[in-house]
Structures are given as structure tokens and as C-alpha cells.
Write a protein that binds this ligand. Structure first.
Ligand code: ADP
Ligand code: ZN
Length: 731
């Protein structure tokens, strides 16, 4: 039935709530009626819950028993395009609609009336008596002219207690006013001068500008080495969207949301954009959500969930570092923000820019087959050139078992220090040592709840399980044979490498960067910025240093174990290693000084290592593509991972076996089921995990078959079934 756009008071409406129910609920339209898409507050049992008017009510209930919605919230109704997007992303990821709605309303107090707060500015009077503290308050206000502050801001900036300010308010030296919390974001000005673009950059940005103004959906893969000016180019596409009066969204991996980046955006457009990330306060989230919905935030820079904000008129989505694995949400709603960005844009007629130095094979293949346009920036901007790449053959280095930096690498690092440059040592392993072993009996300390070894973290002075986060103190004696003083670390982690470096380079300033060593993302970013300014000679880090930071004085990158990523059985092991090594190497030689990257490896002839070295990206992608095509795996086939988990392993397997047996709905579409098998990490947080893998051809209706298939078995008791479409992780 076609839904009217407006429901008169008392007519039946179907409401989608954020509560975990798998159906719409019927209510009567509240006093004054409501629009289709309106946010409403409805009674559910004894509670008031948030919902969206999704259509006419089903009318399957006794009309007398249907309750009235309480009220329409003071927020722009959810647009048809957004409702469409939620429905289609729910269908794609096999997620209940209620969970999608929760994702789209992740801001507190959406229904509250616009709240007010007190702000402070200079008042008409002079104080009866001047003190130092009062002088500082008056000076601070004078210095910032028209700006107003919250009490805390003003107290902090003037270095006084709030009672000093309150005293001045009484005398009207400082004026106190009420101001709404949800204020519009400052207008961005796209007509401010941009940098003078190179020819490559100019033609790329002209193409994107034209696409953005066409108001037709399209996707462009913007490929270019780190430092080639991809950001400059896509900021021009943002400018084009703003000129056309449309909103723009730039998605970044969480950690790449740096002050440096925001400063660049502010310089280009003369004001700060909205920033949506995990560190944003609740007040800020609410403000962004509302302003985006009212078209009073023109540009959002955000982590993946910014995709679910209620844009009013979205014209451009940029996914920077589009290959980054953090775009896939691995908990709750399992979605890939890159793919959902394409879906959203195709619904609202926006353009998508996927930017990367090392695109995912998915995007590369989509460019090959013509679904995406591909633009290449071929050289670094200015004098910077790509680093020279070399391997160090560890088979001939003969290092003792507790050392990881080869002599060749040590000499090169020392050279950089002597020249006043920076060097980076990269190892993709957190903690001190991956294994803690008893030298008497060979016992390895594992997690009590997971099928995983505990990793020693000296910085925290604990053993940590990287699966569940459980920690325990370092045991004095072996938990298995009771031998005392025989527990020993085996293998390197980033902390242990830091220790080795301190011995090898006693005079160097060494900074070790690992996500767990910093209390907050903010502290970590501050540390990274200090290093970029020259606060360290040697940077030692894990994967997170590979992500988009700029160290102008860094000229050498040493990769401690280039083979690490190649050992996994993961479908994307080669691709990931290739990307990671190229990204890490790209940290070297960003400014005038040329860089060198050295890869320590036991298998210098491995095809992946060779293509990294040769810098033959197209060659690598073609080879990787043809292997995957032959195997019928993504992006040339489809996959879904099924994870069953529960406290009782026999029960979990029973259901998994039943699923494997009753594969008729999958066979109908030519899909195959593999497994069940214990997951590579067979127990997490005390729950046993069993995996099945479904492989299907490219163009089949996989989701539909999967739902019918899974619906055949009854999930009993404490068992959980999770379906992961296009899985990225297979643990
Ligand atoms: P990418 O996003 O590809 O890593 P960026 O856009 O960050 O590259 O550019 C790298 C550096 O070069 C930045 O500091 C940027 O400001 C500078 N840059 C790039 N293109 C130009 C240009 N046309 N004029 C001036 N500076 C530029
Ligand atoms: Zn654990």
C-alpha cells in the first residue's frame, strides 16, 4: 500500500523503533498528526522509546488497544533516501532494521528541545576594584573581541577560578547570556584560493568537480603514491560540492583524523568542518547530527559511522585510504563503510572518491571492469621521490635468537642519526614478546577464556590476551610445572624492539609507538606530532604509524619482519602485506631528502616481496587478480562467513552440522558450504567458535539464500549465529 506523506491525528502509523524487535509497531498518530519519516516518541511497555514513522500501520490489532505515539520530536523527518539506504544496507548485511536505526541515531537526546547554555562576553561596566585575576579575564575577553565563551573555557583561558568570573558578572563587567547549544557550523568558503595544482592534479580535480555538479551517481578511484596530492585534489571536489550547495563527507580511518589534516581543511575553506569520531563529546555528537540534518553542516570529516548521519543534500563522499581494514566494522552491524558509501551515493545521486596509494583489489577490479572511473596521480608533489627499496636476506645475517636488527640495518640507522635525520623501525606486533615460555617444561602461557597465547606487555607489566583483553600478572613460576624463574619471553614485539634499539643506539632519542601505550587517541596523536617536529631520532612502531602521518625528516624505514603477514592463510594475506609494506615504505623521504626502505626477510624470492621491491603495482594486482579469479573468490566470487558460538562446544557443532547438511537453499543458487570447522581462534571469552564458509558466484542473490538457509535451524539457548557478508577477517 502506498503511504501518504502525512498522517492525521489518530490514524494508524507503523513505527520502526530502536528496540531489538524484528517488526514494525502500530501506533496512532499523535496530536497534530505526523509526517512520514518523522522521529517520534512512543510508549513501549512502561518505557518511552525513539522511533521513526515508516508508513501506514498494519492494522492487525484491535484499534482500541493501539496506543498513541506521545509526540513528534523536534528534528527534521528522516528522508526517503535515508530510509531507503537503511533498508538496503540492512538487506545487504542481513542486519535487523532496528539495529540499522540505532546506527543512524547515535547521538544522545535527539528528542530533547534545543537546550541552552550560559555564555560569557564583555559587559558594559568596569570593576569596582581591579585585581590581577580580574585583569586577566578582561584582557582575555578583549583579545577575542566578539567571541563568547563557556564559563569553563573563559576560566581556563584566563587562568582564574569560576568565582572570579561570577563576581565580575554581578558587576556587569562580564555579561552572562543564554545561547542554544546546537549552533550551526560556520560557513565554509570554497572560493578561497587553493594551492596551484600540477597538471595531473588539475585535470583530476576538474573531472571530479564536473561529476559532483552533474548530480549523478558515480565512483572514482583516485590512485596516487603518498604525497602525490590526493588530498589537494579531493578537497577541490569538496569545494565543487559546496559551491553547488551540497554537503560533503570525508571518511578517514579513525587514527588518520589528525589535527594536521583538520588544519589543512580549515586553511582551504576558512572555517572548521564538523568532526565526527569516537572522541567527540555527546553534546558535539548531538549538534552534528542535528546540523547535518538541517543542512547547517556543509562538510563532515569523520570515521566510518559518519556515513549514517542524516544528510539533507549529500553530493560527495570521499573515502580516504579506501583499502584500510578499519572501514569494516567487525562488531555489531558488520558493514564495510567503503561499500556502503557507494550504496548511499547511488541512492542520493552523489559522487564517491576512493583515494589510496595502494587500493584494495576490489576497487582495482571495479576500475578495470569499468564500474569505477580511475584517475592516477603519478608522481609525488615537488622534489620528493619514492623511496629506494631493498631487501636484507636474513638467512645470511645469522643473528642470535634474541636480536632482530641486522648489522646491515644497524649501520644504516646509525648513518641517519649521524646526519641528523630520522629512522623508523617497523614491526607489526604489539607488546614485548608474543610468547611466554617455560624453559623447564615448554609450557606456553595462554588465556583462560580464549584459545590464544598471552602476550607480555612490559609497559603495562602484565600479560595480555589480544582476543578478549584479559590480563594477568607475569607468573614467577611456571603455571604448569612450578619451576621458578624459568619463564622467558620468545620472539619480538614492538616494546622489545625498542629495548634492542636502546642498546644498539645508546645516544639516540627513541620513541616507541603502539596503540596500547597511550591512554587516549589524543595523547597518541600529540606524540606523533611531537615526533614529526623532531622529538625523536628513531621511531619504533606498529601498523598505526603506517597510516597517513607525515614525518618530513624521516629518511629510512627498516621493516623488521616483512614475512609476518605472508604466513596467514587469509585470502588477502598477499594484498595486505603488499599494501602495508608500500605504506610503511611511503613514510620515508616525504620532504626534500630521498628515502630508503629496507625489508628484512627470509624469503627474498617470494613473489609478493619481489613485486613490493620492483614497485610493479599493476603487475602485482594483475597476478593477484588472476589467482583469485581462478579460485572464484572475491572480488570474482562472493563469500559469507558464518560464525556460531556458545559455551558448549558439542551444542555449537550440532547446529553447525545441521546447517551444513541442509544446504538446499544454497545449492539452488550454485553456492557451496565449507565446514563446519573450529575457528582459527576456537575460543574467545569462554565461547567456543565454529565457522562455516559459503562461496557463491558473482551475480547471485546470496543474501536471500542465506536468510532462507539460516532460518531452517532453530538457534537454541545461549548460541549465537553471526553472518558476515564479504568477510575481511577469518579468525
Ligand atoms: P596525498 O594525499 O596523496 O598523500 P597530499 O595532498 O597530502 O598527498 O600532498 C602531500 C604534500 O604536498 C602536502 O603537504 C600538500 O600540501 C603538498 N602539495 C600537494 N600538491 C601541491 C600543490 N599543487 N601545491 C602545493 N603543495 C602541494
Ligand atoms: Zn582471552
Amino acid at each position: 500500500m502506498h503511504s501518504p506523506e502525512f498522517f492525521d491525528e489518530g490514524t494508524l502509523i507503523g513505527v520502526l523503533t530502536t528496540q531489538p524487535l524484528d517488526r514494525m509497531l502500530d501506533y496512532k498518530a499523535p496530536e497534530g498528526g505526523c509526517h512520514l519519516g518523522a522521529f517520534v516518541e512512543v510508549p513501549l511497555g512502561p518505557r518511552k522509546v525513539l522511533g521513526v514513522v515508516w508508513g501506514a500501520g498494519q492494522g492487525n490489532w484491535d484499534i482500541k488497544k493501539v496506543r498513541s505515539a506521545y509526540r513528534v520530536l523536534d528534528a527534521a523527518p528522516m528522508r526517503l533516501e535515508m530510509r531507503d539506504f537503511l533498508r538496503r544496507s540492512a538487506d545487504y548485511t542481513l542486519t535487523p532494521m532496528t539495529a540499522m536505526l540505532r546506527l543512524a541515531t547515535r547521538a544522545p537526546g535527539l528528542g530533547d528541545p534545543p537546550s541552552m547554555r550560559k555564555i560569557y562576553r564583555r559587559g558594559p561596566n568596569e570593576p569596582d576594584r581591579m585585581t590581577d585575576a580580574r585583569r586577566r579575564v578582561i584582557d582575555t575577553l578583549a583579545q577575542y573581541g566578539d567571541l563568547s565563551f563557556t564559563l569553563k573555557e573563559l576560566a581556563d583561558m584566563a587562568g582564574v577560578t569560576s568565582s572570579v568570573i561570577k563576581g565580575l558578572v554581578k558587576q556587569l563587567v562580564v555579561a552572562e547570556e543564554d545561547s542554544p547549544r546546537d549552533v550551526a557550523f560556520a560557513r565554509l568558503d570554497p572560493s578561497r584560493p587553493s594551492k596551484e595544482l600540477t597538471q595531473d592534479q588539475a585535470s583530476a580535480s576538474a573531472y571530479l568537480a564536473q561529476e559532483v555538479t552533474s548530480e549523478r551517481y558515480g565512483t572514482t578511484l583516485l590512485r596516487g603514491v603518498t604525497g602525490s596530492g590526493k588530498t589537494e585534489v579531493y578537497l577541490e571536489a569538496v569545494a565543487a560540492a559546496l559551491r553547488a550547495g551540497r554537503q560533503a563527507l570525508v571518511l578517514l580511518p579513525e587514527i588518520a583524523l589528525t589535527a594536521e589534516f583538520l588544519k589543512r581543511v580549515e586553511e582551504r575553506f576558512g572555517a572548521r568542518p564538523a568532526e565526527w569520531h569516537s572522541g567527540a563529546t555527546m553534546t558535539e555528537r548531538r549538534r552534528i547530527w542535528r546540523m547535518v540534518g538541517q543542512g547547517q553542516a556543509q562538510l563532515v570529516i569523520g570515521a566510518r559511522s559518519a556515513l549514517f548521519l542524516p544528510y539533507q543534500n549529500l553530493g560527495l563522499i570521499v573515502v580516504d585510504e579506501e583499502h584500510d581494514t578499519s572501514y569494516k566494522q567487525e562488531e555489531g552491524v558488520l558493514y564495510n563503510a567503503r561499500d556502503m558509501a557507494v550504496l548511499r551515493a547511488s541512492i542520493c545521486g552523489a559522487h564517491v572518491v576512493l583515494a589510496s596509494a595502494t587500493p584494495s583489489l576490489e576497487s582495482w577490479a571495479n576500475a578495470e571492469n569499468g564500474k569505477y572511473k580511475r584517475l592516477d596521480l603519478t608522481s609525488r608533489f615537488g622534489p620528493a621521490v619514492m623511496p629506494t627499496m631493498k631487501t636484507i636476506d636474513m638467512r645470511v645475517e645469522k643473528l642470535p635468537s634474541d636480536r632482530w636488527v641486522s648489522d646491515v640495518l644497524r649501520v644504516e640507522v646509525q648513518k641517519r642519526i649521524d646526519q641528523g635525520e630520522q629512522a623508523m623501525l617497523f614491526i607489526n606486533r604489539r607488546g614485548y614478546a608474543p610468547i611466554t615460555l617455560c624453559r623447564a617444561c615448554g609450557h606456553q602461557v595462554g588465556c583462560d577464556d580464549c584459545d590464544a597465547r598471552m602476550v607480555e606487555h612490559r609497559f603495562l607489566k602484565r600479560l595480555v590476551c589480544h582476543q578478549c583483553g584479559e590480563t594477568k600478572p607475569m607468573p614467577e613460576k611456571c603455571p604448569s610445572c612450578d619451576a621458578e624463574g624459568r619463564m622467558a619471553p620468545v620472539g619480538p614485539g614492538v616494546e622489545r624492539l625498542g629495548e634492542e634499539a636502546a642498546k644498539l643506539f645508546p645516544d639516540a632519542r627513541i620513541a616507541t609507538l603502539s596503540s596500547d601505550m597511550y591512554g587516549s587517541a589524543r595523547a597518541l596523536k600529540a606524540e606523533i606530532e611531537a615526533i614529526a617536529d623532531g622529538a625523536a631520532d628513531i621511531v619504533i612502531g606498529t601498523q598505526l604509524v603506517a597510516k597517513g602521518h607525515n614525518f618530513p625528516n624521516l629518511t629510512l624505514v627498516g621493516v623488521i619482519d616483512a614475512d609476518l603477514g605472508l604466513q596467514g592463510s587469509d585470502l588477502r594475506a598477499a594484498e595486505r602485506t603488499f599494501q602495508l609494506m608500500r605504506q610503511v615504505a611511503g613514510r620515508a623521504g616525504r620532504a626534500e631528502k630521498p628515502g630508503t626502505a629496507m625489508l628484512q626477510t627470509y624469503q627474498p624470492e617470494h613473489p609478493v616481496i619481489r613485486s613490493i621491491l620492483a614497485g610493479d603495482e599493476e603487475g602485482f594486482w594483475r597476478a593477484e587478480a588472476s589467482e583469485r579469479e581462478q579460485a572464484g573468490v572475491p572480488p570474482y566470487g562472493r563469500m559469507a562467513g558464518i560464525i556460531l558460538s556458545g559455551p558448549d562446544v558439542a551444542q555449537v557443532f550440532e547446529i553447525a552440522d545441521e546447517l551444513a547438511r541442509r544446504d538446499q537453499p544454497l545449492r539452488q543458487i550454485g553456492a557451496q558450504v565449507f565446514g563446519p570447522a573450529p575457528a582459527p581462534i576456537a575460543r574467545v571469552r569462554g565461547r567456543h567458535r565454529v565457522r562455516l564458509l559459503v562461496k557463491a558466484g558473482k551475480g547471485v542473490a546470496l543474501q536471500n539464500a542465506l536468510s532462507r538457509w539460516a532460518a531452517q535451524v532453530q538457534i537454541r539457548g545461549d548460541i549465537r549465529l553471526v553472518i558476515d557478508i564479504d568477510p575481511q577477517s577469518f579468525y
